[in-house]
Write a protein that binds this ligand. Structure first.
Ligand code: ADP
Length: 312
C-alpha cells in the first residue's frame, strides 16, 4: 500500500462506565471506531488521524475532546450538537468473568453527524467506518455517507469497512444485510469477523465469508476469528496468519478494533498483508491482556513498538 498520510475514522465514541464493585464505577471513553483510531494513531504516530463524529455541549463531551487531544487524534471533524449528548454504556462483570452491557445511545449526538457535517468538503487518503457507524444513522444520512465515500474513492482515497454487526441497532437482519452489503461494495479493505458473518449471513466457514465479500468486489479481505488465526485474501491469494497465544486473557473488549488499528498502521507503514496481520494480532493480544477498551498509553507502548519499527 502506498504511504497514506491522512486517515479519517467515522463513528461514535461513548462514555464507558465500568462496574468496579458494588457501588463504584470507573469512567472512560470508547466505541468501536474510536478504539481503532486510538490504536492506529499509537502504532503510526506520523500519520494524521481525524475522528469524524458529533458530540454534545455537555461536560462529558468536553472531556472526550480533551482525551482525543491526549491521543493526538485530530478534532477538526468533530461536530457539536446543541441538543444532544454523548451516548453512554455500562459494563458489568459477574463473578465468572461474564460481561453484560447496557447502552444509552439511541439519541446521541453521533446519530446526527452527517446532518451536522452538511456539505463541508472532506478528503481522506484512507476512510474507515463500521457497521455500527452505519446502523446508528437514519436512512437519509446513510445515503449522505455513501455519497461522501464515493467522492473519497473518486479522488484516490481507500475505504475500509468492518461489519461489526450489532442486531439491536438494526430494525431487522434483512435491513442490516442490505446496508452491510452496500458497505462492502464500496470498500477496498474489509475486516469480516467469523461471529458477525455467522449471525448476519449464517456463514459457517471462512470460504463462505470469502465468497460473499469477494463477490461484492473487496480487494483485500482480512477475516478475523478470535484465537483461531487470521485469513487474508487478495487478488486470488489466500494466506493464513496464526495468532499468538495469550497466556491470560483479561478482557476481550476491543480485540477486533485493536487488531484493525494495528493492521492498518502496518499497511500504512508499507508492510505486507501477512506482516500487518501479525502486527495487528500483537496489538490485539496486548489489548486483551488488560481491562477495558483503551489500554493505558504507557503500558501499551512498553509492549508494542510502532508499526514502522517492526521488522518482518
Ligand atoms: P472481534 O472483537 O471483532 O470479535 P475477534 O474476537 O475475532 O474480533 O478478535 C480479533 C483479534 O484479536 C484476533 O484476530 C486475534 O488476533 C485477537 N484475539 C482475540 N481473541 C484472542 C485470544 N483468545 N487469544 C489471542 N488472540 C486473540
Amino acid at each position: 500500500m502506498d504511504r497514506l498520510s491522512h486517515v479519517v475514522v467515522f463513528g461514535e465514541c461513548m462514555v464507558e462506565l465500568v462496574n468496579q464493585g458494588k457501588d463504584t464505577l470507573t469512567k472512560g471513553y470508547a466505541g468501536d471506531t474510536y478504539n481503532t483510531a486510538v490504536y492506529l494513531k499509537r502504532c503510526t504516530p506520523g500519520t494524521s488521524v481525524s475522528f469524524l463524529t458529533s458530540i454534545g455541549a455537555d461536560f462529558l463531551s468536553n472531556e472526550l475532546l480533551f482525551k482525543m487531544g491526549e491521543e493526538e487524534i485530530n478534532t477538526d471533524l468533530v461536530y457539536r450538537s446543541e441538543t444532544r449528548n454523548l451516548g453512554l454504556y455500562m459494563v458489568q462483570t459477574d463473578e465468572h468473568g461474564e460481561r453484560t452491557f447496557a447502552y444509552w445511545r439511541d439519541n446521541s449526538a453521533a446519530t446526527q453527524t452527517m446532518n451536522l457535517k452538511g456539505d463541508t468538503p472532506l478528503s481522506a487518503d484512507l476512510f474507515y467506518f463500521s457497521g455500527i457507524s452505519l446502523a446508528i444513522l437514519d436512512e437519509i444520512q446513510r445515503c449522505k455517507l455513501f455519497a461522501l465515500i464515493k467522492t473519497i474513492r473518486e479522488t484516490g482515497g481507500k475505504v475500509v469497512f468492518d461489519p461489526n454487526y450489532r442486531p439491536r441497532l438494526w430494525q431487522s437482519r434483512k435491513e442490516a444485510r442490505i446496508w452491510t452489503d452496500l458497505a462492502y461494495a464500496n470498500a477496498d479493505i474489509a475486516f469480516p469477523g467469523g461471529d458477525d458473518h455467522l449471525a448476519l449471513y449464517d456463514h459457517t466457514d471462512v470460504d463462505a465469508i470469502h465468497a460473499h465479500v469477494t463477490a461484492l468486489g473487496v480487494a483485500e479481505i482480512v477475516v478475523k476469528n478470535g484465537a483461531a488465526g487470521v485469513h487474508i485474501f487478495t487478488k486470488g491469494n489466500h494466506c493464513i496468519v496464526p495468532v499468538e497465544r495469550v497466556a491470560r486473557v483479561v478482557d476481550t473488549t476491543a480485540a477486533g478494533d485493536a487488531f484493525n488499528g494495528g493492521y492498518l498502521a502496518a499497511r500504512i507503514s508499507g508492510k505486507s498483508v501477512t506482516e500487518s496481520a501479525g502486527y495487528g494480532a500483537k496489538v490485539a493480544a496486548t489489548v486483551i491482556s488488560f481491562p477495558g477498551a483503551i489500554v493505558d498509553k504507557g503500558a501499551f507502548s512498553t509492549r508494542v513498538n510502532t508499526a514502522s519499527s517492526v521488522s518482518p
